[in-house]
Design a protein around this ligand. Structure first.
Ligand SMILES: NC(=O)c1ccc[n+]([C@@H]2O[C@H](COP(=O)([O-])OP(=O)(O)OC[C@H]3O[C@@H](n4cnc5c(N)ncnc54)[C@H](O)[C@@H]3O)[C@@H](O)[C@H]2O)c1
Length: 225
């Protein structure tokens, strides 16, 4: 059911790779609620994924951007403002990647070059993105910037590996930049802690909890809708 809650709102959605992506489902709902957006992902993901299907379905433009590259982000934001003829209202950062997780490295035996790469993609990209938006004054007052986190940022989930550290850093960036974006531009910055969800690059999160177990940590089968 649609209530046109986002009618007249314009934004950018990062991270839709395929139909399992959290960003994909979000884009579909935003579209149903009347919002307009530019879809973006890393160039390689756009070549290998199915994002063009989502772009057609939601009548959206697709602009490649590696979220770790400032020049890509600047190009994306400039083009988005051209497309919409002005500032934007919302941005979703739904990006995460750990080379160590992908290669099966244990937390006690990490490759630190890979750790730095995952940190850049999963956490620092959020700062780079917000810095571009802030310096270009690209957000409308009362706009919203959201990134996706996980509870392992705050509690020990050993199987989440170095992504836990990346999420802790991501949440800290949200607090720090949120202060300036809120004070100077009246823009809200938040992270949402997603529950375990089976997606393509994040094939489930191990459920072993060593500290502070809470009821919501029970591992029901992941659902997307
Ligand atoms: N799936 C879960 O259980 C879960 C739980 C908590 C948080 N999250 C978070 O949700 C977000 C989305 O993950 P998902 O589960 O939908 O997986 P996904 O693989 O569908 O999405 C991750 C996206 O990041 C993109 N990406 C990677 N490197 C990039 C780069 N350099 N530039 C631009 N984009 C890049 C990928 O192409 C992909 O589209 C991530 O931040 C993830 O950590 C997921």
């Amino acid at each position: 059911m649609s209530y046109n809650l986002l009618k007249g709102k314009k934004g950018i959605i990062f991270g839709a790779l395929d139909q399992n992506s959290i960003a994909w489902k979000t884009a579909e709902r935003v579209y149903e609620e009347g919002g307009k957006f530019v879809l973006t992902n890393a160039p390689i993901a756009l070549r290998m994924g199915q994002v063009d299907l989502l772009a057609k379905k939601t009548n959206s433009k697709l602009i490649p951007a590696d979220a770790t590259k400032l020049e890509d982000l600047e190009n994306l934001i400039n083009n988005t403002m051209d497309i919409f003829g002005g500032k934007i209202d919302f941005v979703l950062h739904s990006i995460g990647m750990s080379v160590n997780v992908r290669k099966g490295k244990h937390y006690t035996d990490l490759n630190h070059d890979w750790m730095a790469k995952g940190w850049d993609v999963s956490a620092v990209s959020f700062h780079k993105l917000m810095q571009c938006l802030y310096q270009k004054d690209a957000m409308n007052p009362w706009g919203s910037i959201v990134a996706l986190s996980y509870i392992a940022a705050q509690r020990t989930f050993p199987n989440y590996n170095d992504m836990a550290d990346n999420k802790a850093y991501l949440e800290s960036i949200a607090r720090s930049f949120g202060y300036f974006f809120g004070k100077d531009k009246k823009v809200r910055v938040n992270t949402i802690s997603q529950s375990p969800t089976l997606t393509t690059k994040v094939p489930g999160i191990g459920c072993a909890v060593t500290h502070s177990p809470s009821p919501e940590r029970t591992c029901n089968p992941p659902t997307l809708s």
